[in-house]
Design a protein around this ligand. Structure first.
Ligand code: GLC
Length: 734
């Protein structure tokens, strides 16, 4: 009897397996002896069958030990402490052993959210998550995901530990640069979908992280984020909801606590919220060292990177004590196998996941060209006085600051990637300035010399920036904090601007910065953490080859701590009982929502959603019908360009919502001068709902809603309104 026949009469085999006995059809044993080259044939092999069914059928043919094997990393070795890189356990930043008898591949997982982090020079440094958020461009983000997924696949990695999604609750968070949401949940919700689809289209499982409320690095291993349910569902879950809607295969729980319970053993956020309310079908892995117990029954499915808690001994002890059930083990294993089937990992030959592929240099001309394109698309032009930009060619240009080997292209921690080559601003601008151009440069440490150089040039471009990293928050939003080798950049900018009125500042920064000198310079651009093609991309923008269309994904404040964040809110109060805790007392009033609530104007700062173009746009023909908003965007300038049109919604006052919140946006195609595009933004019932904490569900709000459409959160061109009526108490939904 062939395996297939046996498996179609699986009663005894399956019953035995389910009971943990190891009776198996002979042919499965054979594959174990021979070492399967691919997933062993069985009822789970049929690719026409739903992934959920395939996972279910496979689990039923696994022994208890094989199931438990999938729930943790290598028992003895912490991959980061590995000394022998040729050992499988050492090969990736995290991995789960294969099941040779069944041909289940290893799970090879690697950082990070902006490219394959590993041996320097063997992969591409893509723009960071926040940089891509500045594109407001779903097509660009899909391209970003596809590019990274391709490189992970080529490296033999079948899980990418990204995208990072945490909302930028506090501007100083050291990891804001990694996160695709910026300061707004709807921006994150919308952009995460193409990112996940892009990554997973390359047979690599994406990992939405860090779930949840991991919004600071200070005391990250112990801080408890104290929040209410409505704040979680309306402010912090939406980016993860977007990932779930895109069928993200895995989620990473974080180091912090939520309301006193560790994130990776928190039944409220993991079981009730994530798996029940948000409907997540994949698996929850812990952050590295964030597992504090055998918390399989509390929502954790996989311990990373080792097996201190989710190991055979402790799990079997739990089975014996009745604190762990076989059903729960089966559910976790099915959650792990499901994305392996749905994304295509399981149907690859095992050689695809051979860790020897790590030695490949996976950077290609295509990936480098894409990074250049994506970085240019994500560059935000904050200011352009007297139309100083785009630059003419064949001029004398002084490049000052972080322009050559000191160029900033990525930030620190697990989110960094060291590429084989970095196109510096000096390289990019020298290549683009024209054959008769005269490009001189200084690293800016001697401010007087830099000012003299600026005086002698027709244009002066100061490349300034700062850095941040996982593990600590930024000391301030000043350019003079966070980058020791960058010198006193504020003084440098002011001295250069004094010497040359045509001074342009380019900021490569990991998040919001204060720009007190903005009114002293002609132009300001920000490319955040631009990736390895930074110099070519910024040259494309500066010389007008690419018309900037980026928009700020977070507010650039006028002054430090403009939103009056107290220590109670961040970084939290010290306390003997729970080392620190941060109260999210601001609830929904994060970022631009605070500015609106307190009617704060912008002097030297810049608002959320702001970004200029070399052309101009007119908005007209607004129509609001039910939940559909239509309008036309016209290029009213002289050069082609794309616009990100934004829709902000104002709830009825009684709803207790922020004054306005982003509920729609659309990036037009590149419009020729005089060309128009009709835009339609359709609101969902969800967009006119609030989270009802009594019913634990969304409830549509009755009343008058204000619609503001424009070019930023402070540049509205069209205003409208609509009314929702009817008995909204019946409109409960999840
Ligand atoms: C780190 C980070 C996480 C990363 C993991 C593996 O602590 O918090 O984002 O993916 O460990 O390096």
């Amino acid at each position: 009897m062939s395996l297939a026949q046996e498996a179609h009469f699986p009663c005894c085999a399956l019953v035995n397996l389910a009971m943990g006995r190891s009776y198996l059809p002979l042919s499965l044993f054979a594959s174990a002896l021979l070492g399967a080259k691919a997933l062993v044939q069985g009822p789970w092999s049929d690719r026409e069958v739903l992934p959920e069914t395939r996972a279910h059928l496979l689990v039923r043919n696994m022994t208890l030990d094989e199931k438990i094997l999938l729930l943790h990393g290598p028992p003895s070795l912490h991959p980061i402490q590995c000394t022998n890189p040729t050992r499988a356990e050492c090969a990736y930043v995290g991995n789960v052993a294969p099941v040779p008898r069944l041909g289940i591949p290893p799970i090879n997982m690697n950082d990070g959210p902006q490219g394959f982090r590993g041996q320097a020079g063997l992969s591409t440094a893509f723009p960071s998550g926040l940089t891509m958020a500045a594109s407001w461009d779903v097509d660009a983000v899909q391209e970003w995901g596809e590019g990274m997924g391709t490189e992970f696949f080529e490296k033999g990695a079948n899980v990418q530990l990204g995208p990072g999604l945490c909302v930028a609750r506090v501007p100083q968070n050291g990891r804001n640069f990694e996160y695709l949401s910026g300061e707004d949940p709807f921006l994150g919700y919308t952009l995460v979908k193409p990112a996940v689809r892009g990554i997973q289209s390359k047979k690599v499982i994406a990992n939405a992280k860090h779930y949840i409320l991991n919004n600071q690095e200070t005391n990250r291993f112990v801080v408890s984020a104290e929040t209410d349910e409505r704040t979680r569902f309306e402010m912090y879950y939406p980016p993860f909801e977007g990932a779930i809607e895109a069928d993200v295969g895995s989620v990473m729980c974080g180091f912090n606590k939520i309301n006193g319970d560790w994130s990776c053993e928190n039944p409220v956020t993991l079981k009730h919220d994530l798996k029940e309310k948000l409907g997540f079908k994949g698996y929850v892995m812990s952050d590295w060292g964030a597992t504090h117990s055998t918390s399989l029954m509390r929502g954790l499915d996989m311990e990373m990177p080792g097996a201190h808690s989710m190991n055979p001994e402790l799990i079997k002890a739990g089975l014996g004590a009745g604190t762990i059930t076989v059903a729960a083990i089966n559910e976790s294993v099915e959650r792990i196998l499901l994305p392996m089937f749905s994304v295509g990992v399981m149907d690859e030959p095992l050689s695809t996941w051979d860790f020897k592929r790590l030695q490949k240099n996976v950077t290609t001309g295509a990936s480098v060209a894409s990074v250049r394109h994506l970085s240019a698309l994500s560059t935000v032009m904050l200011q352009n006085r007297e139309g100083v930009l785009p630059l003419p060619q064949n001029k004398k240009i002084a490049l000052i600051g972080l322009v050559s080997s000191n160029a900033i292209v990525h930030a620190g921690g697990s989110g960094s990637v060291d590429p084989s080559f970095i196109a510096s601003p000096l390289f990019g601008i020298s290549s683009a300035a024209g054959s008769a151009a005269n490009v001189v440069f200084s690293n800016g440490t001697d401010i007087n010399a830099a000012a003299a150089m600026a005086l002698s040039a027709e244009y002066a471009i100061v490349f300034a920036g700062t850095l941040s990293t996982e593990g600590s928050d930024r000391a301030s939003l000043s350019l003079d904090d966070g980058c020791k080798q960058c010198g006193n950049q504020t003084a440098l900018i002011e001295a250069v601007a004094k010497a040359n009125p045509k001074t342009i500042v380019v900021l490569s920064v990991p998040g919001a910065v204060v720009t007190p000198w903005a009114d002293k310079v002609a132009a300001v651009l920000v490319n955040f953490m631009p990736g390895q093609e930074a110099g070519n991309a910024i040259a494309d923008v500066l010389f007008g080859k690419v018309n900037p269309s980026g928009k700020l994904p977070l507010t650039f404040p006028n002054v430090e701590n403009e939103t009056q964040i107290s220590q109670v809110q961040w970084p939290g109060l010290p306390d003997a009982t729970k080392p620190t805790y941060s109260f999210y007392t601001e609830k929904l009033t994060v970022g631009y929502r605070y500015y609106d609530a307190h009617n704060i104007g912008f002097t030297t700062g810049f608002p959320f959603g702001h970004g200029l173009s070399y052309t101009s746009f007119e908005y007209n023909e607004l129509k609001v019908s039910n939940l559909t908003v239509t309008f036309a965007v016209k290029n009213s300038g002289k050069v082609a360009g794309a616009e990100v049109a934004q829709l902000y919604l104002g709830f009825p006052a009684a709803a207790g919502e922020p004054l306005r919140q982003l509920k729609g946006f659309h990036k037009t195609k590149i419009l020729a001068p005089g060309e128009s595009e009709n835009v339609q933004l359709t609101l969902r019932r969800r967009d006119v709902s609030i989270w009802d904490v009594n019913q634990h569900a969304w409830r549509v709000v009755d009343g008058h809603f204000n619609v503001s459409v424009g070019s930023s959160s402070r540049d509205f061109r069209l205003q409208g309104s609509f009314v929702v009526s009817g008995d909204s108490t019946k409109e409960l939904f999840v």
